[in-house]
Ligand binder design. Structure first.
Ligand SMILES: NC(=O)c1ccc[n+]([C@@H]2O[C@H](COP(=O)([O-])OP(=O)(O)OC[C@H]3O[C@@H](n4cnc5c(N)ncnc54)[C@H](OP(=O)(O)O)[C@@H]3O)[C@@H](O)[C@H]2O)c1
Length: 311
């Protein structure tokens, strides 16, 4: 299948790119410069140099595709929500273009949008895809974007919203940040650390995207979590034995954390237990079930990604 992917040089999108290529798809990836173009071309994708904020830079390339996976987020410009809206409007319009006689694709076109569990807000009891949204401040723009994507669905276009938990694996993400802090001897935990984080291994998450791409019946919201229901304190405790010196752990009161990191503090202190029944019903089975249960392996992945010697 011909698939247009945004965010291919990012944490989530990079894993998705690998999974789509493994699945034999023909992937065109939007990237921002020549160096990144060379990187995705090296993996086997077709790079298109452009920018989400400039639809003319990628519309033409997108018009040649059957499927669309949006896994980018402009975090640095301060205009992330507005740019995401422009990107989604463009992708949806292109995905809805009339079919020509030349089109050989029989499957419905699809748009897969990457959202996140922060749209659910506090969830101390397990919640699934049918739960109402209650976003934290950092995700306040997201429910409207989810709705935009879902409402664009027709009998010729299926639209999908994926809500990953906190992604782990490789060298990135919040779990990567904890590995780094632990290796440096001090882990700061926002709040008392008894809060649960919904988590998902990057390759398992990418496998879900690959399944969604080829399942002509898949549409709507899909959570993606390993359902390990780990508390932040448990994650830190599980990691600690695997670094050279057991790190100090400091619990930072939420007000103090807000003063230094702003609304991200509330994301780190969020207590969420999330279930993914729709993904599991599709046959998605995560290979990793927790960070704690795979701490040694994950630390090796993190070390390999950073070429750091911590033991
Ligand atoms: N990481 C997680 O734990 C997690 C959990 C749940 C949901 N999510 C969601 O997943 C999505 C991706 O997150 P991530 O962690 O993978 O982020 P990331 O590692 O920062 O990757 C962001 C990607 O977006 C691209 N990008 C940013 N601005 C762009 C622009 N103006 N034009 C074109 N490309 C642009 C980046 O390209 P460059 O390489 O050029 O910067 C990069 O490929 C986000 O929507 C996030 O909310 C992430």
């Amino acid at each position: 299948m011909r698939i247009f992917l945004t965010g291919a040089t990012g944490y989530v999108g990079g894993a998705v790119l690998d999974a789509l290529l493994r699945g034999g798809h023909d992937v065109t990836a939007l990237v921002r410069d020549n160096e990144k173009a060379a990187r995705v071309a090296g993996k086997g994708a077709h790079p298109v140099i452009g920018n989400l904020a400039d639809p003319d830079s990628f519309r033409g390339a997108a018009e040649a595709q059957d499927g669309y996976v949006h896994a980018a987020l402009d975090k640095a410009s301060g205009r992330g929500p507005a740019i995401e809206k422009v990107a989604l409007d463009t992708i949806i319009a292109v995905a809805k273009r009339p079919r020509t006689g030349k089109s050989t694709a029989r499957a419905r076109r699809f748009v897969i949008f990457t959202s996140g569990v922060w749209v659910l807000g506090k969830a101390p009891e397990p919640i699934a895809e049918d739960a109402p949204t209650n976003p934290i401040a950092m995700a306040s723009f997201r429910p409207a974007h989810e709705r935009l994507v879902l409402d664009a669905g027709t009998d010729r276009l299926r639209t999908v919203v994926v809500r990953p938990g906190v992604v782990y694996g490789g060298g990135d993400g919040r779990i990567g940040d904890i590995f780094k802090a632990a290796a440096n001897g001090l882990v700061r935990v926002v709040g008392d650390g008894t809060n649960h984080w919904p988590l998902v291994y990057d390759r398992d998450l990418a496998d879900l995207y690959a399944k969604l791409a080829v399942n002509n019946d898949a549409s709507g919201i899909y959570h993606a979590n390993d359902e390990g229901d780990e508390r932040v304190n448990d994650i830190v405790a599980a990691i600690s034995p695997y670094v050279a010196t057991r790190p100090d752990v400091r619990h930072v009161p939420i007000e103090e954390a807000r003063a230094t990191m702003g609304p991200y503090a509330d994301a780190l202190a969020l207590d969420q237990i999330v279930r993914s029944p729709r993904a599991r019903a599709m046959g998605w089975t995560p290979t990793l079930h927790s960070v704690g249960g795979s701490a040694a392996r994950l630390l090796e992945e993190w070390r390999a990604a950073h070429q750091a010697v911590t033991r």
